[in-house]
Design a protein around this ligand. Structure first.
Ligand SMILES: O=C(O)C1=C[C@@H](OP(=O)(O)O)[C@@H](O)[C@H](O)C1
Ligand SMILES: C=C(OP(=O)(O)O)C(=O)O
Length: 442
């Protein structure tokens, strides 16, 4: 990561207007590179997110023996086949990316060599026991720092013992790690999730020619079954626009008076669109138009118009479908009429920062009334926010972008300590916002 990049954000000079496209979906981009590296043959990936998190995954797959090159805007991967990856010559540095570290743990568990993973200070503080503990049951050996933290050494087992595992928390990363390990296990790997989480891994397994069975469980959960050892066959992938990135221009346009924008070609996987549903419940003028299927994914254009929002009560069951969108939703709630309650946010505590604490600090520093009750965030909305706060982003891209959105709508300029981490998920964020008329001065 480069030097710190502070930013002072003043209220937008005019309403935001125009049509934009956000970069490719981060979750799908990580998976596309990993699946391509595990496949037999050549995969072309279009629309890959070229953010730092995903570039770490590309580098790791190269270090594990896949050929990964970028050419004419597409990424070309010559895969090694399941069980065909090679021992890396050096430590794998996953940067800021929990998804990269956790998903790769699954891959490494059932490849017969030794590897070491590390990350930046944020990632080294995040829990890895949620993957290393269940994955140890395959026969792999994991050695971590105290508290299951990175750096972590993995002695992979080669063909492993298949897991039957019920996730203690609804986490797509843990589910995916178990399924990726299962590709090189003898027999059925079964994962049960207490609530449906993003299903990009299941979709991509099918896309690369492997059968996965998905059953609905009573009480809203799902059971996913994969038979190993599996063979993946190279397939071209088209990555849709990231709904988690679209969230920022969308909320900014709702809050800055006079705005009217279109965010084109945004992924509409129903396990990712909880924020848009919630904003509509708040009375947002947000319309999905031109729904279409591209590269097997449903995408659509989001038409957004500014207008007063009303408070919302978001149930805990919706958390997995908008897990990364809470900081920016909280900003929207701070401008809404009435008191909002966002329920069941325990998982926010283990993201790039403790997002419950850092979101509260972001809002309080800028004059919003907010508090935490158990795992719920309660926000008293007001018509306008004073702003003028100093915001610490704690190496968290989503905090930096949420603070930018808040600054565009607040009365006084908001001072953000560091926006460099925005590069992890949304390269070009500041210039994209400026094409809409945000007037940001980096
Ligand atoms: O599987 C994925 O790609 C992701 C899953 C979520 O994490 P958890 O699985 O920890 O909830 C999400 O927060 C993260 O940004 C991406
Ligand atoms: C939590 C996030 O990502 P990760 O877990 O991959 O670091 C995020 O992008 O908001």
């Amino acid at each position: 990561m480069t030097a710190q990049r502070p930013l002072t954000v003043s209220s937008a000079p005019t309403g935001l207007t125009g049509r934009v496209r956000v970069p490719g979906d981060k979750s799908i981009s990580h998976r596309a590179l990993m699946f391509a590296a595990l496949a037999e043959g050549r995969t072309h990936i279009s629309g890959l997110l070229e953010g730092e998190d995903v570039l770490r995954t590309a580098e790791a797959m190269r270090a594990l023996g896949a050929k990964v090159v970028q050419k004419d805007g597409r990424w070309i991967v010559d895969g090694c086949g399941v069980n065909g990856l090679q021992e890396p010559a050096d430590v794998l540095d996953m940067g800021n990316s929990g998804t990269a570290a956790r998903l790769l743990s699954g891959v490494l568990a059932t490849h017969p060599f030794m590897s070491i993973m590390t990350g930046d200070a944020s990632l080294r503080g995040r829990p890895m026991g949620r993957v290393s503990v269940p994955l140890s049951e395959t026969g792999a050996r994991f050695v971590t720092r105290a508290g299951h933290k990175l750096p972590m050494a993995v002695e992979g087992t080669g063909k492993g013992k298949p897991l039957h595992y019920r996730l203690p928390v609804a986490s797509a990363q843990v589910k995916s790690a178990i399924l990726l390990a299962g590709l090189n296990c003898e027999g059925e790997t079964v994962v049960e999730e207490p609530a449906p989480t993003r299903d990009h891994t299941e979709n991509m397994l099918r896309h690369f020619g492997t059968e996965v069975k998905v059953e609905e469980l009573p009480e809203a959960g799902r059971r996913i079954t994969l038979k190993g050892p599996a063979r993946l066959v190279a397939q071209d992938v088209l990555v849709p626009g990231d709904p988690s990135s679209a969230a920022f221009p969308v909320v900014a346009a709702l809050l800055v008076p006079g705005s009217e924008i279109v965010v084109e070609a945004v992924g509409q996987n129903p396990l990712r669109t909880g924020l848009f549903k919630t904003l509509k419940e708040m009375g947002a003028s947000l319309e999905l138009r031109d729904e279409r299927t591209e590269g097997g994914e449903v995408i659509g254009d989001l038409h957004v118009r500014a207008g007063r929002l009303k408070a919302v009560d978001v149930p805990a069951v919706r958390v997995p479908s908008m897990i990364d969108e809470y900081p920016v939703l909280a900003v929207a709630c701070a401008f809404a009429e009435g008191t909002s309650r966002l329920r069941g946010l325990a998982e926010l505590r283990v993201k790039e920062s403790d997002r419950l604490a850092s979101t509260v600090a972001l809002l309080e520093a800028n004059g919003a009334k907010v508090h935490v009750e158990g795992d719920d965030l309660i926000i008293e909305g007001q018509k306008s926010l004073p702003g003028g706060g100093k915001v610490q982003t704690h190496m968290d891209h989503r905090l930096a972008m949420s603070a930018t959105v808040l600054g565009l709508a607040a009365e006084q300029p908001v001072h953000i300590d560091d926006t460099a981490f925005i590069e992890t998920s949304f390269p070009g964020f500041v210039s994209l916002m400026n094409t809409l008329g945000a007037g940001l001065k980096p």
